[in-house]
Design a protein around this ligand. Structure first.
Ligand SMILES: Cc1cc2nc3c(=O)[nH]c(=O)nc-3n(C[C@H](O)[C@H](O)[C@H](O)COP(=O)(O)O)c2cc1C
Ligand code: SF4
Length: 429
């Protein structure tokens, strides 16, 4: 019997950091959702309907409704096969470390989420596409997958039902682009990780040309709890219109950097001040990137905003991955923006001109400002580049993502940029 909890994703995790093995997972009520779905007579549509009722939105950054994505997959005996389910565990977004916790501490939760989600889309084969540097997650997932096969939760005719699923762990080659879902598909096929043109979208034409759903780790981990406790329960976990709990993280010079499972819609201030303990002594808060590097900076005036997909968009940013990077008053905002643009420039796949050419140019302008060689007119050049990376101007969302910290830095730290040019030096050095 599973007890109702307000922290479903982390309830099994141990303080000492050790992994929850299959026996402990089952004792805590694990694999009940698989039993309910496969042995309780649920149909794939009923599983998708439950996820729709729960209003689950993807936790990979964009917040796309999960049930809607699944509903594009052709079902039935005439559907193309095999159908694939892919767990996006690439997690290369700077400042983001939430999926790692889920995989290292409670890997069976993810495996159960993949079995139930796989059933909903009638997937035959599933992959966990894992960031190559996540060595401990790879070890623990491999062991958990073997345990799940031994217990007959994976493989042919799972628990003697009609449903079969093969699950493989695949280690990424280590580029940011491998996390973009169509770049990921190319990488998994052994090709260069360029994104694909869309349409067709992966649920219709995906891996090896077959229907494929790509979902984030945290998204998939929510699914067993929705099946076990119902959509209404999941919705009530959130404080605002966006449902469920969310892993929120904080990095930067705060007293207690870390990761917490909290209701969706918890305010930025509560996460920053109560959970992360506020700024370290002697430092003042200036701004933060709310959900990884590819979100717009928010400032003091926004701290009482709810961290959810809807409210964060209203203040001109995004919730993204929900893992914040904090900027303090003793760190140069121009230097921080340069560092971010360096990352994006390095990770550009080189396909679209505004991205490969523009990012390198912006990086060089920011470097010259930091080194005292900034020129009047540089700010206009930076602003026009950020505009050129807007949504729809490039093949994938890497460049629009890079535009977000740049355009918001120009908005909130304009005086700092101008001072670099005026004084021909970085005032923080
Ligand atoms: C450059 C780039 C990198 C990305 N990296 C990741 C990643 O590491 N993990 C992830 O889940 N989504 C990542 N995404 C988003 C995926 O393309 C996709 O939207 C997501 O995996 C869908 O999962 P969800 O619907 O469960 O949120 C990335 C997107 C871009 C543009
Ligand atoms: S936006 Fe950048 S990363 Fe994305 S396809 Fe174009 S060049 Fe590649």
């Amino acid at each position: 019997m599973t007890l109702l909890t307000d922290k479903p994703l982390t309830k099994n995790m141990r303080q000492d950091g050790s992994v929850v093995d299959i026996r402990s997972y089952e004792q805590a009520g694990g694999y009940q959702a698989v039993r309910k779905v496969l042995l309780g007579g649920m149909t794939p549509k009923a599983v998708t309907d439950a996820v729709k009722d729960a209003n689950l939105r993807g936790r990979g950054g964009a917040g796309f409704p999960t049930a809607k994505k699944w509903s594009f997959v052709p079902l039935g005996k005439d559907a193309p096969n095999p159908t694939y389910l892919i767990c996006n565990a690439d997690e290369m977004e700077p400042g983001t470390f939430k999926d790692r916790l889920l995989m290292e501490r409670d890997p069976h939760q993810l495996i159960e989420g993949m079995i139930v989600s796989g059933f909903a889309i009638e997937a035959d084969v599933a992959y966990i596409f894992l960031r190559g540097e996540y060595v401990q997650a790879a070890e623990r997932l491999s062991r958990a997958i073997a345990e799940a096969y031994d217990a007959h939760y994976l493989g042919k005719n799972i628990l003697s039902s009609d449903y079969s699923l093969e699950l493989y762990l695949h280690l990424s080659g280590g580029r940011y682009m491998c996390g973009e879902e169509t770049g990921l598909l190319n990488a998994l096929e052994g090709k260069r990780a360029n994104p694909r043109s869309k349409p067709p979208f992966p649920p219709v034409v995906g891996l090896f040309g077959k229907p494929t759903v790509v979902n984030n780790v945290e998204t998939l981990c929510c699914v067993p709890h929705i099946i076990t406790h119902g959509g209404e329960w999941f919705r009530t976990l959130g404080r605002t219109q966006d449902a469920g709990t969310k892993l929120f993280g904080v990095s930067g010079k705060v007293k207690r950097p870390g990761l917490w499972e909290l209701p969706m819609g918890t305010t930025i201030r509560e996460i920053l001040e109560e959970h992360a303990g506020g700024m370290r002594d002697g430092l003042t808060f200036r701004a933060l990137l709310p959900g990884g590097a590819s979100t717009d900076f928010v400032t003091e005036e926004h701290l009482d905003t709810s961290m959810d997909f809807t409210a964060m968009t209203k203040i001109g940013s995004r919730m993204g991955t929900g893992t914040m990077i904090v900027l303090d008053d003793q760190t140069c905002p121009v230097g921080m923006t340069w560092n971010l643009m360096h990352f994006f420039a390095q990770e550009s796949c080189g396909w679209c001109t505004p991205c490969w050419s523009g990012l390198g140019w912006v990086e060089r302008i920011l470097q010259s400002m930091e080194e005292g060689r900034g020129q009047p007119g540089d700010l206009d050049k930076l602003a026009s580049q950020a505009k050129m990376w807007g949504p729809g101007a490039t093949f994938c969302a890497l460049a629009p993502g890079a535009a977000e910290p740049l355009q918001s830095a120009l908005k909130y730290f304009r005086e700092d940029f101008e001072r670099h040019i005026r004084e021909k030096r970085c005032p923080w050095r």
